[in-house]
Design a protein around this ligand. Structure first.
Ligand SMILES: Cc1cc2nc3c(=O)[nH]c(=O)nc-3n(C[C@H](O)[C@H](O)[C@H](O)COP(=O)(O)OP(=O)(O)OC[C@H]3O[C@@H](n4cnc5c(N)ncnc54)[C@H](O)[C@@H]3O)c2cc1C
Length: 269
């Protein structure tokens, strides 16, 4: 129902075909949240799909609200709007509709903001390695934008993997942070250099930067569970590979019941 649409798209831009930054302003105040958490976005079945998405074999009822979870990229310190970083799933139910949105269109945003993928359980003084592929960068952006303590006695490394350089969303912002804060390092890496002849940076999958010591050099010590925690968000194959690699170094997955040094957010399995 149109009463489900409780927010307005106040900004949209496409980083590249298939990667969208969406800024949404709820009719009511943004509820307080912690950087790293997520909420839901939703549109009605009647909403148009992006022109180049796959056609739907069975379209949903026009009045059905299609909802999915999205990590918030905006700072938790401002209560005006929420920003999201969304990848197109061409055959998907919601993302082709999100891509067809224009500034001023109405959208549903969840009234609750939830999730455990936050900095809450990170012991003070530990180095933090944020590892993402694609839109898995989203929760880290919120953490970094929310008055994150870049120089509080620890080092921070962001490892971001994508297919090509023009898929590396928020690159300029992260390069700016790296230039400004000596304890902050940004390591972008692409796995399809043949499609990006101008790229002179790192090539391969994110795990390569752990295996060849690049991350350890930025930390200025070998990666170990005694000194560091690692956050993982993005492609399930990347998460699986990184969990194996980190387990070999003695890292354990964190839960509230059994504290460990690996924090994981899974977007899909
Ligand atoms: C806690 C949480 C936070 C999330 N945050 C984000 C976010 O910040 N940005 C974001 O883009 N997505 C995020 N997602 C994924 C999002 O909820 C949807 O699953 C995704 O946008 C696809 O929705 P859809 O309706 O278009 O596809 P659906 O019709 O639901 O089809 C889903 C299928 O698409 C595939 N899929 C889902 N996501 C992707 C993807 N990113 N790339 C490739 N294939 C995918 C999977 O095979 C999945 O089974 C998050 C999911 C969770 C659980």
């Amino acid at each position: 129902m149109s009463s489900d649409l409780n927010a307005t798209v106040t900004m949209r831009y496409e980083i590249n075909h298939g990667l969208l930054v969406l800024q949404v302003t709820p009719d009511e105040e943004v509820p307080p949240f912690q950087a790293g958490q997520y909420t839901t976005l939703g549109l009605l079945g009647a909403a148009p799909r992006w022109h180049a998405a796959d056609p739907e074999p069975t379209p949903p009822p026009a009045d059905k609200l299609i909802r999915r979870a999205y990590s918030i990229t905006s700072s938790s310190l401002q209560g005006k709007y929420l920003e999201f970083f969304v990848a197109l799933v061409r055959s998907g139910a919601l993302t082709p509709r999100l891509f067809a949105l224009n500034q001023g269109d109405r959208i549903h945003v969840g009234r609750r903001i939830v999730g455990m993928f936050t900095l809450d359980d990170v012991p003070p003084g530990k180095d933090i390695v944020f590892v993402a592929t694609g839109t898995g960068l989203a929760p880290y952006l919120s953490m970094l934008r929310s008055r994150y303590a870049f120089d509080a006695g620890h080092r921070t490394v962001v490892v971001h993997g994508s297919r090509v350089a023009y898929d590396l969303g928020y690159r300029t912002e992260l390069e700016g942070m790296a230039a400004r804060y000596r304890n902050f390092h940004y390591l972008p890496i692409i796995d399809h250099p043949e499609r990006d002849p101008g790229w002179t940076g790192e090539v391969g999958y994110v795990n390569r930067l752990f295996e060849d010591g690049t991350v350890a050099r930025r930390l200025e010590h070998p990666l170990s569970p005694e000194r560091s925690v690692v956050f993982l968000c993005g492609n399930p194959l990347m998460i699986e590979g990184m969990l194996d690699l980190l387990a070999r170094l003695g890292f354990r997955k964190h839960t509230r019941q059994a504290p460990g040094e690996i924090f994981v957010e899974e977007y899909w399995k």
